[in-house]
Design a protein around this ligand. Structure first.
Ligand code: CP3
Length: 318
């Protein structure tokens, strides 16, 4: 979960010479960053170095990342005509550099380390496209959702087709699992999730599932509608720390695998408290097959890389 990033010294070193978008646009560099956490942390899988917002470039939304301020979208969407005008994105032609990074990373990784491809879910992408950047309140997003439901559904439908096809293309390029990130879906009520979002996540996940590799459906803050979130699709359901892992798994059902769910802030705790939380998750997973140990959200930039390594070793029983 954001296992490559600013908390890692070798990543920061590359970032001194290249912007985030440069790293993403240069397959050789993206593949190199993809391998960094595998070497440094000893994790069991790699995730291709990219960003969920990259499809905004071929969509013409104007993507940039300002230092310390997160993403900025120059041409946010606000009306029906903006959404109608969005061009069709062809992953092979328009995001071919990500597919090349997948190929290069796959070729460079040890045979027993699977590579995960990923994309943003329709809701989370729509929130950035409408707000123009990060938000706490999702005011513009929800205003459009309620005031112009036809525009909303047209937008989410377009995004679902885009990311479903993009995920499948990553699988063809060599990704052995696919992850759909719905990072901000927990800002919705259960009813609004069902009405405005679930059908579009279902479509994106169905397209990804056709690629024939396992699909991870990740969200945060989903405890209030976990059953509906799982029913949208995915072989593996990602859960965060706001719900105990065993409660979540019981509600999701044993037919699904689960991923999670350490609080990233636990990596900032003294070692005994951090390790207690790790062991608690393993106990709740009960040794059943189908648990992917992970954080419930991304590694915080302030994290000591040694703390992450210690968690990996503890989970591995070393
Ligand atoms: O190692 C990995 O996990 C792969 C790389 C990866 C990045 N972004 C690179 C990146 C992945 C999986 C993402 C996904 C992503 N991007 C999500 C979904 C997962 C989540 O964390 O919720 C979201 C919401 C984004 C959008 C995004 N990208 C934001 C909001 C930011 C700024 C936040 C911040 O911490 O500054 C980014 C920038 C970004 N993408 C970084 C990285 C490593 C930050 C580091 C940098 O600037 O070099």
């Amino acid at each position: 979960m954001r296992q490559a990033g600013r908390y890692m010294p070798e990543y920061r070193k590359l970032r001194e010479q290249h912007s985030l978008l440069d790293l993403c646009h240069t397959p050789e560099l993206a593949a190199q960053v993809t391998l960094q956490p595998v070497e440094r942390l000893g994790v069991d899988a790699a995730i291709v170095f990219a960003d969920i917002l990259l499809p905004f470039e071929p969509l013409g939304l104007g993507l940039s990342f300002a230092a310390g301020e997160g993403p900025h979208i120059a041409n946010p969407l606000s009306r029906q005509a903006d959404v109608e005008r969005l061009p069709r994105v062809d992953p092979e032609a328009d995001l071919g550099y990500v597919l090349e990074a997948v190929r290069l990373a796959r070729a460079a990784l040890p045979a027993d380390i699977p590579l995960i491809g990923f994309a943003g879910a329709p809701f989370t992408l729509a929130s950035y496209a409408i707000e123009g950047g990060s938000t706490r309140t999702f005011t513009r997003t929800k205003t459009l959702m309620y005031q112009a439901p036809d525009t909303w559904h047209l937008l989410l439908n377009k995004l679902a087709e885009l990311v479903g096809g993009y995920l499948a293309a990553q699988a063809r390029a060599g990704a052995q699992a696919l992850q759909l990130f719905d990072s901000w879906v927990g800002s919705l009520s259960p009813q609004d999730y069902r009405t405005y979002v679930q059908p579009h996540s279902r479509r994106a996940l169905a397209l990804a599932t056709e690629a024939g590799v396992p699909v991870i459906h990740f969200g945060t803050g989903t405890a209030a509608f976990l059953e509906d979130f799982a029913a949208a699709g995915g072989d593996v359901i990602g859960v965060d720390w706001r719900i105990p892992l065993d409660d979540a798994w019981r509600r999701i059902g044993e037919a699904h695998a689960v991923q999670g769910n350490l609080d990233p802030a636990a990596l900032l705790a003294p070692a005994p408290e951090r390790d207690r939380q790790v062991r608690d998750i393993l106990t709740r997973a009960g040794g059943r097959p189908g648990h992917i140990f992970n954080l419930g959200h991304g590694v915080l930039p302030e994290t000591d890389v040694g703390a992450v390594r210690a968690v990996v070793d503890l989970v591995h029983g070393r």
